[in-house]
Write a protein that binds this ligand. Structure first.
Ligand SMILES: NC(=O)c1ccc[n+]([C@@H]2O[C@H](COP(=O)([O-])OP(=O)(O)OC[C@H]3O[C@@H](n4cnc5c(N)ncnc54)[C@H](OP(=O)(O)O)[C@@H]3O)[C@@H](O)[C@H]2O)c1
Length: 290
């Protein structure tokens, strides 16, 4: 692996009143003295809507596409101040930068909608590095920026980290300068940002699945009460962790199945055991859908 340390974003978001324009042909240069970039967001889930709200607070126009989406997405988009572009095609036609923030299992399908788009396409989903590189090929004429989001949706209290990689990663990072989204560029091209996300979530969600399974074993063997008492006495933090894991798995387990599959694929691609996360996918499949 050749990926080097991350660099904190230093570029600035394009503004309409800048005195000096950059000479290089970046989005900032294209829009210098003209207008701010229009952002397309697919789709306003818990994370997407919160990221959209951050960009709206910077004065940017953020479009979303209501076609096929639920009432919950509509409500989140409305609350975040996003503008409905109608179809995905209309969104791409009107956007300079499109952010894909959706369930990992849908990332490739959403990327297919970018056919003919020649702006910047950001896939910020929890996918394997190989999936991110495939998306880079699929988006064709667009400039692909790979993204990986760590932490909770930005809410003004807790920070969210957005890793970005790809030739135009700094331009995307500039959109978030001095916001609750801590954007950082990772060198290494598409796949590098996703690799950070995969390694991070391999531990957080992988270990959560293990904890759920450990207690389930005790329950099925009729010794759950003894295990819980021992957790309380010897490692109370484990019990607290179990509670959080159980709540999250019930609420988001359906989405984490795809994420665990992507982590397993990431492991296999580096000749590492993929069984941990295939098993974690199984745990979340039962928890989230059962
Ligand atoms: N939430 C977090 O705390 C968090 C933290 C770190 C990273 N992330 C990343 O953010 C991404 C999205 O997570 P989220 O929490 O925002 O998910 P979410 O709340 O479940 O929202 C998912 C959004 O995608 C749409 N969607 C669902 N199924 C789809 C499909 N098959 N095709 C296209 N769109 C679909 C949903 O629309 P409808 O419901 O209207 O169908 C919704 O707008 C994931 O890649 C995740 O790894 C999230």
């Amino acid at each position: 692996m050749q990926w080097r340390a991350v660099a904190v974003i230093a570029a600035s978001v394009p503004t309409a009143d800048r005195g000096e324009c950059p000479e290089v042909e970046t989005l900032a240069a294209l829009h210098c003295g003209m207008r701010q970039p229009t952002i397309g967001l697919l789709h306003p889930g818990a994370m997407g809507a919160a990221v959209g709200r951050v960009l709206r607070a910077r004065g940017l126009t953020v479009l979303w596409s209501s076609h096929g989406r639920s009432g919950q997405s509509r409500a989140r988009a409305g609350a975040a101040g996003l503008t409905d572009a109608g179809s995905a095609a209309e969104l791409f036609a009107a956007s300079d930068i499109v952010l894909s923030i959706c369930p990992p299992h849908a990332a490739l399908q959403v990327a297919m909608l970018a056919a003919g788009f020649d702006g910047i396409y950001v896939d910020a989903n929890a996918v394997a590095p190989a999936t991110a590189r495939r998306i880079a090929r699929e988006v064709g004429s667009a400039a692909m920026v790979d993204g990986g989001i760590l932490g909770p949706p930005p809410d003004g209290h807790r920070d969210t980290r957005l890793y970005l990689s790809g030739d135009r990663a700094a331009e995307v990072g500039a959109l978030f300068r001095e916001t609750a989204v801590d954007a950082r560029v990772v060198e290494g091209g598409p796949g590098a940002a996703s690799a950070v996300k995969m390694a991070y979530a391999a531990w957080t969600k992988g270990s959560a699945a293990l904890l759920l399974t450990a207690r389930e074993l005790a329950a099925r063997e009729g010794v759950e009460e003894i295990l819980v008492t021992d957790w309380e006495q010897f490692s109370p933090e484990v019990l607290d962790r179990w509670r959080r894991a159980a709540n999250s798995a019930t609420a988001k387990g359906w989405r984490w199945v795809g994420e665990m599959d992507e982590i397993a694929a990431s492991m296999a691609a580096q000749d590492l055991p993929d069984g941990f996360h295939l098993a974690a996918a199984e745990v979340y499949r039962e928890r989230g859908l059962g």
